[in-house]
Write a protein that binds this ligand. Structure first.
Ligand code: OKS
Ligand code: ZN
Length: 322
C-alpha cells in the first residue's frame, strides 16, 4: 500500500473551540496523524510518498471562489499566534465555532488537498490502494464554507479529480467517520456521478445535527445516489456490520470505477468525540469487508481523536484491506 503524507501538517495546530458555549481544547491535533504514521511504519507499511503541489484549479472544482478568497484573506489578516473563531454565520463563511482560522490554515488546507490529489494520482492499474494520511479533515466542508474542523473537502476534490480526468464515470464515496459528512453530501447531492454512502451517529443526537437522516436521498439526477445510515449511540460491531453490509451492497450495485473511503477512527470505543463502541479488531473486519469489493480504493483520513486508538485501528484496518 502506498501512503501519502506531508510532515508539515504539524504546523496546523488549532488550540481551542467553542463547544456549547464553553471554550474547550481543540482535539484536531497533529498527534492524531503522527500516531497513525508511526504505527503503520512499525508494522511494515513504510511506502510513504511526499505530496506534489497541484494548481488551485483543482480546489475550484469543488469550492466557490467567494469562499476560497474569504478564507485566504482571513488567514492573511491574522497574526501568527492569533486564532479567529466565526463571529456571524453567513457573514463569515464558516458554519460553526469548532473551526478556528489561523495564519497557517489556508496553507494547511491546501497541503491536505495536495496530499489527497497525489494519492489519487498514484491509483493506477497496478496500484489499487492508496492512503491519503491527511489533516485537517474535509468531509464537513461545503462548497462555500468551512466547519467541523474542515476547510477544503479533500475527498470531494479527489472525486472531482477522477471524474474530470475522464477515466471514471462513477465514483462512490463511503464515509465511515463517526460524523455525517454534510459537506460531501451537499456537494454531490444533485449528481448521479458520485454515490455518497455514510454510516454515522444519529444526527438527532450528534454533530452535525442538520443533516445525515435517512430521508436525505439526493435530488434531481442525484435522487437515489445519497444514502444515509444513521446508528444509535454506543452502536457496536453487531449493529455496525449490518449497516456496513448494506452500504457495500449499494456500492456494488452502483459499479463505481473508483471508491473513496472517508475514514474516521472516531467510531472507536475509546474516542473522546465519537459515540460508538467499536473495538480494535472490528477495524480488521471492516477492512476485510471493503477489500472484497475489489474496486480501486483511495482512503482519505477524516476524524479520530485518540492517537492510540487511531494507531491500533489503522494497523488492523490496513492489514486487512491490502
Ligand atoms: C462542535 C464542532 C465539533 C465538530 C466535531 C466533529 C468533527 C469530526 N463543537 N467530524 O468528522 O470528527
Ligand atoms: Zn468525525
Amino acid at each position: 500500500m502506498k501512503i501519502v503524507y506531508d510532515p508539515k501538517h504539524v504546523l496546523h495546530r488549532p488550540t481551542k473551540e467553542i463547544d456549547r458555549g464553553k471554550f474547550i481544547e481543540n482535539p484536531e491535533k497533529p498527534e492524531r496523524i503522527e500516531a497513525i504514521k508511526d504505527a503503520l511504519i512499525m508494522n511494515g507499511f513504510d511506502n510513504i510518498h511526499s505530496p506534489n503541489s497541484f494548481p488551485m484549479s483543482y480546489v475550484y472544482l469543488v469550492h466557490d471562489e467567494r469562499y476560497v478568497k474569504w478564507l485566504k484573506n482571513k488567514c492573511v489578516s491574522l497574526e501568527p499566534d492569533e486564532e479567529y473563531i466565526t463571529e456571524l454565520f453567513g457573514y463569515d463563511l464558516c458554519f460553526d465555532t469548532g473551526t478556528p482560522i489561523s495564519n497557517w490554515t489556508f496553507d494547511a488546507a491546501k497541503r491536505a488537498v495536495d496530499v489527497t490529489l497525489t494519492a489519487a494520482s498514484l491509483l493506477s492499474g497496478r496500484t489499487n490502494l492508496v492512503y491519503a494520511l491527511v489533516r485537517p479533515p474535509g468531509h464537513h466542508a461545503t462548497r462555500g464554507a468551512c466547519g467541523g474542523y474542515c476547510y477544503f473537502n479533500n475527498a470531494a476534490v479527489a472525486a472531482m479529480y477522477f471524474l474530470s480526468r475522464g477515466n471514471a464515470d462513477g465514483v462512490a464515496i463511503l464515509d465511515l467517520d463517526f460524523h455525517h459528512g454534510n459537506g460531501t453530501q451537499d456537494i454531490f447531492y444533485e449528481t448521479d456521478e458520485v454515490l455518497y454512502v455514510s454510516i454515522h451517529g444519529d444526527p438527532d443526537i450528534f454533530y452535525p445535527w442538520v443533516s445525515g437522516r435517512e430521508s436525505e436521498t439526493g435530488q434531481g439526477p442525484g435522487e437515489g445516489f445519497n444514502i444515509n445510515l444513521p446508528l444509535p449511540p454506543k452502536s457496536d460491531w453487531r449493529k455496525y456490520s449490518e449497516a456496513l453490509e448494506q452500504a457495500l451492497r449499494e456500492i456494488r450495485n452502483y459499479y463505481p470505477d473508483v471508491l473513496i473511503v472517508s475514514l474516521g477512527f472516531d467510531t472507536h470505543a475509546d474516542d473522546p468525540v465519537g459515540g460508538f463502541s467499536l473495538k480494535d479488531d472490528d477495524y480488521g473486519l471492516m477492512g476485510k469487508a471493503i477489500s472484497k469489493l475489489k474496486i480501486p480504493t483511495l482512503v482519505v483520513q477524516e476524524g479520530g481523536y485518540n492517537p492510540r486508538a487511531n494507531a491500533s485501528a489503522a494497523v488492523k484496518f490496513f492489514s486487512a484491506l491490502v
